[in-house]
Design a protein around this ligand. Structure first.
Ligand code: ADE
Length: 443
């Protein structure tokens, strides 16, 4: 039994976790409850100094129920995904002793103690930037630290997976593979236990890669990933072909491209996989249009409707073709944000110049709120003011084609410049905690 001289102690842990972007996509589950995928996937973990979730978890005998606050607002923990993560972590909890504070929690006590959780995403939760991946990774990691769960990171990834599939990949930094696993129905406990994330290489392995995210709209998407995946699994013949014939080979090729830092192969595979994922969405009945973001603009003598995806993909493809070898990889998840990957800082500054040329800020947007993240890329691109953006030369690959050299001010809400980053970390400084140490309520 938990022993303490007084009943008013609170024990806390605070952690920070990254988000990730898949370069071989996860789309389709073979088991909905356990979140078991129909194919392996590979992702790059994004630097948490630019995009991350911070979560504080606390336990106290004074808490009368489990509670959670997300970005300052209380949310319900009754959903199956939260319940599963909490149950899995509690069942693996160890003994915890804090001699100085006279706290002693036996592993059998955790089932009776309630937790408070506060979580904060440092980017808009609805912006389609994998917030649930960072969120569930951080939840599982911080609870595991609080409850002294002595499982290796791969085992924790299998728990985070049950909160949000792609969360399992956010338990590692660098380049990460989510192995689909083979075990489907063995015993109750082992089902899905081999569907885990493994690190292919850490964030130092290929640290000259630069990642630029174009955030297009923070509107909630029309088809949730869960619904979309289910409909694709039920109706898309292309998805069946993709998961059995395409992805197994592509995974091996992508692992090799990452191992050897072969950017042209990495870029070709990344773009092909993103395009096939969206082809699967179109092959679904009824079709899913994640790439349907259009903007309407009045030009002299006419009114045109253009498609953001068509534009950005064709700009990047034109540049790659003009140079004769891939300069940039592009990938889109189930939403309109574009993730662009350049092989090094020099190419990244040329990429940012192009992006700012085609998609300048609207007149009322300030530069400092338009390009976020690693400011040294902005500096390398020679951009210090909005006038510098206006003065950017037409990219040579579209110079002779007036129609292609069009600009689309306001299409992009903001850019984030980032890089491959590390996995979850525990904060020891109490100042970083999101819960008050004496009340256990949000600060
Ligand atoms: N979904 C989105 N953000 C989240 C977070 N920080 N924690 C848990 N679930 C989330």
């Amino acid at each position: 039994m938990a022993t303490e001289s007084k009943k008013d102690w609170i024990l806390m842990a605070t952690a920070r976790s990254p988000t990730n972007i898949a370069v071989v996509k996860y789309w389709g589950k073979r088991d909905e409850a356990l979140i078991l995928p129909i194919n392996d996937s590979i992702s790059v973990t994004l630097d948490p100094s630019h995009l991350c979730t911070t979560t504080t978890v606390a336990v106290s005998p004074n808490f009368d129920r489990d509670r959670m606050w997300l970005n300052g607002k209380e949310i319900s923990l009754s959903g199956g995904r939260y319940q599963r993560c909490l149950r899995e972590i509690r069942s693996r909890a160890g003994d915890v002793e804090d001699e100085k504070r006279g706290i002693c929690i036996g592993k059998e006590d955790w089932g009776k103690l309630h937790v408070h959780i506060a979580s904060y995403n440092n980017f808009p939760t609805a912006a389609g930037l994998a917030s649930s991946a960072a969120g569930f990774a951080c939840l599982v990691y911080s609870l595991a630290k609080l409850m002294n769960v002595r499982e290796e990171q791969g085992k924790l990834s299998a728990i985070a997976r049950q909160g949000s599939g792609s969360a399992c990949r956010s338990l590692f930094g660098g380049f990460v593979k989510w192995e689909m696993g083979k075990v489907l129905k063995c015993t109750k406990d082992s089902a899905g236990s081999d569907s885990i994330a493994v690190q292919l290489a850490d964030e130092q392995h290929w640290n000259d890669l630069v990642i630029i995210i174009a955030v297009v709209s923070s509107r909630q998407k029309e088809t949730s990933s869960t619904t979309g995946m289910r409909e694709s699994v039920e109706t898309s013949p292309l998805l069946h072909y993709r998961s059995t014939e395409v992805v197994p080979k592509r995974i091996l090729q992508m692992e090799e491209a990452i191992r050897t830092r072969d950017f042209p192969s990495f870029a070709r595979l990344t773009c092909a996989d993103s395009n096939q994922f969206h082809a699967v969405c179109l092959d679904t009945s009824p079709p899913i249009f994640y790439m349907n973001n259009t903007s309407h603009r009045q030009v002299p003598h006419s009114f045109i409707v253009t498609n953001w995806f068509f534009r950005i993909i064709s700009f990047m493809e034109k540049w790659n073709r003009f140079e004769g070898t891939p300069q940039v990889a592009y990938t889109f998840d189930a939403g309109p944000n574009a993730v662009l990957i350049a092989p090094n800082r020099k190419v990244a500054s040329l990429l940012l110049q192009r992006l700012l040329f085609y998609f300048p800020p609207s007149t009322d947007t300030e530069l400092k709120s338009f390009v976020l993240g690693d400011q040294s890329i902005v500096k390398d691109a020679g951009i210090a003011t909005k006038e510098d953006i206006d003065a950017l030369p037409t990219p040579p690959e579209v110079k002779d084609n007036n129609a292609s050299a069009q600009k689309f001010p306001g299409d992009v809400s903001y850019f984030i410049c980032t890089r491959p980053g590390k996995g979850p970390v525990l904060f020891t400084d109490e100042d970083q905690a999101l819960l008050h140490p004496s009340t256990g309520l949000p600060k």
